[in-house]
Design a protein around this ligand. Structure first.
Ligand code: 5CA
Length: 159
């Protein structure tokens, strides 16, 4: 029997189901709070971990989601050029308000509000990647091409 998921992880499973994607959220015994911990937990490369990072347009105050490979640091200037305004910092409250999830478990889909999204092209080199699924212990694995279907995001160079 499949174990029942915590409510935040179930929200992500429901969002996957609603898209008709046959992808399964798993909750692990150890922490997957950071990309390094997540990679250790599932035995993959750090680059195969999908980081879902929320930024904020400095002028518009709108949320921006950057879906980055765990191996990369986001180049804020490149994202600013794409959104035509400087990037401001998103604090923990803003992340929760916009996504409905807490930092450390923010998934690439299933957010409270719709969020303009940019996807790291480096993720597409892998056959399989792992993304957070609502809590700092929950993940799901997917073909990185599915990130585009899930989010309608733009595939760009983010580093
Ligand atoms: N579950 C893992 C692997 S998928 C995970 O969520 N990793 S993550 O990288 O996508 O999320 C952690 C990110 O949250 C950090 O890289 C950082 O960008 C952001 N973060 C951490 N602390 C704060 C904070 N106090 N305020 C704003 N953002 C933060």
């Amino acid at each position: 029997m499949t174990q029942s998921l915590s409510s935040s992880a179930q929200k992500v499973q429901d969002a996957l189901n609603a898209l008709g994607m046959r992808l399964e959220v798993v909750e692990l015994p150890g922490s997957t709070r950071t990309a390094v911990e997540a990679a250790q937990a599932v035995g993959c490369q750090v680059g195969q971990i999908v980081k879902s990072l929320i930024f904020k347009g400095k002028r518009s105050k709108r949320p921006i989601l950057v879906i980055a490979s765990g191996a990369n640091r986001v180049n804020e200037k490149k994202i600013a050029a794409l959104i035509n305004e400087p990037l401001g910092k998103a604090d923990a409250d803003f992340v929760r308000q916009q996504t409905g999830f807490a930092i450390g478990g923010v998934p690439p889909l299933g957010h409270k509000n719709e969020i303009e999204t940019y996807i790291d092209e480096d993720l597409l080199q892998y056959k399989e990647v792992w993304a957070a699924a609502g809590t700092p212990r929950a993940l799901f694995h997917l073909d990185p091409k599915d990130l585009k279907k899930m989010t309608s995001g733009h595939i760009v160079d983010i580093k």
